[in-house]
Design a protein. Structure first.
Length: 694
């Protein structure tokens, strides 16, 4: 007789703006199907291909199910299974000894392996705060864009997902939503059917760009100049909303002067585009009432990413597009959520709070940090590292230095993981963590305006434990007794939201927990009457906060660190700009070990323009070596005009151990940081390509 089926509501935990609601089907304690929840308005019953394969990931034959202790050299990946008590006792003993001498010698490393508030930075942060450990500047993905929005709008705020269907013009800027935001793409397609014009602005003719009416292939890192060029045309031809500017913006005259320095001819030269193409797009944008911009993070992963975000974010306020609910801009909606960071993470647990705080280590420079011997400016040498919700040996820039740091025999490393990743191979202890279908969590989205609750669908696989329970166990074994370290997951999740905020009016915890989600109460057109969260309450073309910080208060174009404009001598040796967006069936390094998805991607590829290939004797299907002074990796060449001349595209991020040469695209990326937000500059990267003899 067939086992009875059970159904559970869950939330996709991965780093995607869509934050989908899921329905999980279980039989005999095993997940047999994951589908989109048709009752959740943003999800509409549809999941991406990656997440529909979730049962394969949860019940993977190589899933970690017991704690492991290293028995080989670091990086070899040789371990033996041990019990939880032994693992936690070993960890507590080493950590306690280090903390007694120097708490800041302990460093956490985590990011968005789960986007959940509870299994992300709750008990984990409280644990590190209580120790007085070094703090991690978590800026690897979106910090430049978030800073750009903060200085312009006051927070990470944007238009509602659903109203893109009514837009008449949609600029899809630095985004490939077919791969990375499926539910936005559904709305954009509906707008297209209703007559909207779709324009992709991207160095690469992605799957999305191919389906737009127009593709503008500008050089990587020149988006800020392009936006300033659009401003120049809008202002010069009086295609702006003077009343909106007067009532709801700050610094127009200064911005006007800045934009005057970016006439179309100059911008066309910087961006490598046709001058008339820029002018016509600006005119179309200025004349279209319901114009919307879907911005994504690819365009901010360069030196000037924060300024570029600022420049683009100014455009809807210049034209008054915010007056209509289908006009404006969306990069992130996360700032709308009444999220109580202090209640969740409890920074008050830090010894010496709030006047004496531990040092901050930027996660993009983890390679340098782990190799630093320590001094007065850096602080103590890192002696212990705890990694969770991340795979830095694969995803952090400048891989050779990252791996060298992790290979230190005197570095005590604990990794919480589902699988034996590249990073886990370097651990002293590997602790098996639950997946989203095995634990409780609370989520906010950055592509829609719902808060959501995830319920476990099955019991933990093997001996896996939730992140929260692992950190509680570490605290217990170290003799820590603060009650904040031992709150239940549900208590943590409930207190993560500010229930007195107007956006949650009429909703309480019991209702949210029962329904699974709640839509925030926001105006349809959030900035139709201004109401920005900046110090002035206006869209700040000229930022009050940047001026206070002694920085340029106006958006400007900053050439990439590595470019013909920014570093001509380097460009002479490495003339090709490389960007490394995610492969369609991967999400950062998640899903790379799911066989059915990796079989589709097959192997690492590099897209190269026919002219660049011909100049190097490269033909379709050749193995090529991509190199610069930082390192090299090997990929299979695809000769295509989908990328513009002078730009190569290495779709990422492969686990290094699953790549043919044990390297991935981050072998050549840099630890340099963005102008605002101290974020990563993955797409600010010059390389040369060589054909390899087979």
């Amino acid at each position: 007789m067939n086992a009875p089926l059970e159904f559970t509501r869950a939330v996709c935990p991965h780093d995607c703006p869509d934050t989908c609601a899921m329905r999980v089907t279980v039989a005999d304690g095993k997940v047999i199907k994951v589908a989109g929840d048709p009752d959740h308005p943003p999800t509409q019953g549809v999941l991406c291909t990656k997440v529909t394969r979730y049962p394969e990931r949860v019940h993977h034959a190589q899933r970690l199910t017991t704690p492991l202790k290293r028995v080989g050299r670091k990086g070899e990946g040789r371990f033996e299974p041990i019990g939880w008590d032994e693992a936690l006792s070993l960890a507590a003993g080493r950590l306690s000894e280090i903390v007694r001498r120097e708490p800041q010698a302990v460093l956490p490393y985590s990011y968005a392996g789960t986007m959940g508030l509870v299994q992300g930075e709750s008990i984990a942060q409280r644990f590190f705060h209580k120790l007085g450990a070094s703090r991690l500047d978590r800026t690897i993905c979106s910090a430049a864009g978030m800073a750009g929005l903060k200085y312009t709008y006051g927070a990470a705020l944007g238009m509602h997902l659903e109203f893109f269907e009514e837009s008449e013009l949609i600029l899809i800027w630095g985004a490939n939503p077919i791969a990375s935001s499926l539910h936005f793409w559904t709305r954009a397609q509906e707008a297209k059917r209703r007559g909207a014009r779709l324009v992709a602005i991207d160095p690469y003719r992605s799957l999305t760009a191919e389906k737009c009416h127009q593709h503008i292939a500008l050089r990587p890192g020149t988006d800020g100049a392009f936006a300033l060029g659009m401003m120049h045309v809008l202002i010069a031809e009086n295609l702006i909303d003077h009343a909106y500017i007067e009532a709801h913006t700050l610094g127009f005259e200064a911005l006007k002067a800045r934009a005057a320095a970016y006439p179309p001819a100059r911008v066309a030269q910087i961006c490598g585009v046709d001058e008339q193409e820029l002018v016509e797009l600006a005119r179309l944008y200025g004349k279209t009432r319901k114009s919307a911009i879907r911005l994504n993070y690819g365009m901010q992963r360069v030196r000037g990413g924060g300024n570029a975000t600022r420049a683009i974010a100014c455009l809807p306020s210049l034209t008054g597009a915010w007056r209509d609910r289908s006009g404006g801009l969306l990069l992130s909606t996360s700032g709308w959520v009444p999220f109580d960071t202090a209640a969740l993470q409890r920074p008050d647990l830090i010894p010496g709070w709030p006047t004496e705080l531990p040092r901050v280590v930027n996660m993009n420079a983890i390679g340098d940090a782990l190799l630093h011997e320590g001094d007065a400016s850096f602080g103590p040498k890192v002696e212990a590292l705890i990694v969770y919700n991340s795979n830095p040996v694969a995803v952090a820039p400048d891989s050779a230095r990252v791996a060298a740091g992790f290979a230190r025999e005197d570095l005590f490393t604990i990794v919480l993981e589902h699988f034996q990743t590249d990073t886990a191979d370097y651990a002293d202890l590997v602790l098996p963590a639950t997946t989203q279908l095995e634990h409780f969590d609370v989520h906010r989205a950055y592509g829609h305006t719902y808060v959501m609750v995830n319920r476990p669908a099955i019991a933990p696989v093997g001996q896996a434990r939730p992140n929260t329970e692992i950190f509680r166990g570490l605290a217990r074994h170290m003799g820590l007794n603060d009650p904040a370290l031992f709150e239940s997951d549900e208590t943590v999740g409930r207190n993560a939201l500010r229930w007195d905020d107007p956006t949650l009016e009429g909703v309480d915890w019991a209702q949210l927990n029962d329904a699974g989600w709640a839509k925030l109460k926001l105006p349809d057109a959030p900035f139709a009457e201004g109401g920005f969260r900046t110090p002035s309450g206006k869209c700040e073309f000229e930022s009050v906060l940047l001026a206070r910080e002694g920085k340029d208060p106006l958006p400007d174009y900053l050439p990439p660190y590595e470019s013909h404009d920014g570093s001509p001598e380097l460009a002479a040796r490495y003339p090709l700009a490389m960007i490394s967006p995610p492969a369609r069936h991967f999400l950062n390094s998640t899903f790379v070990n799911v066989d059915s998805l990796r079989d589709v991607e097959h192997e690492p590829h590099l897209d190269i323009h026919p002219h660049d290939a011909e100049a190097r004797g490269i033909q379709e299907g050749d193995n090529v070596r991509i190199r610069n002074d930082r390192g090299a990796f090997v990929a299979r060449a695809r000769v295509t005009d989908r990328t513009r001349e002078g730009v190569v595209v290495g779709l990422s991020i492969w686990w290094k151990k699953l790549a043919p040469d044990g390297c991935n695209a981050n072998a050549v990326t840099s630890q340099a940081l963005t102008d605002l937000g101290a974020s990563a500059t993955f797409y600010d990267c010059l390389v040369e390509i060589d054909r390899l003899d087979v």
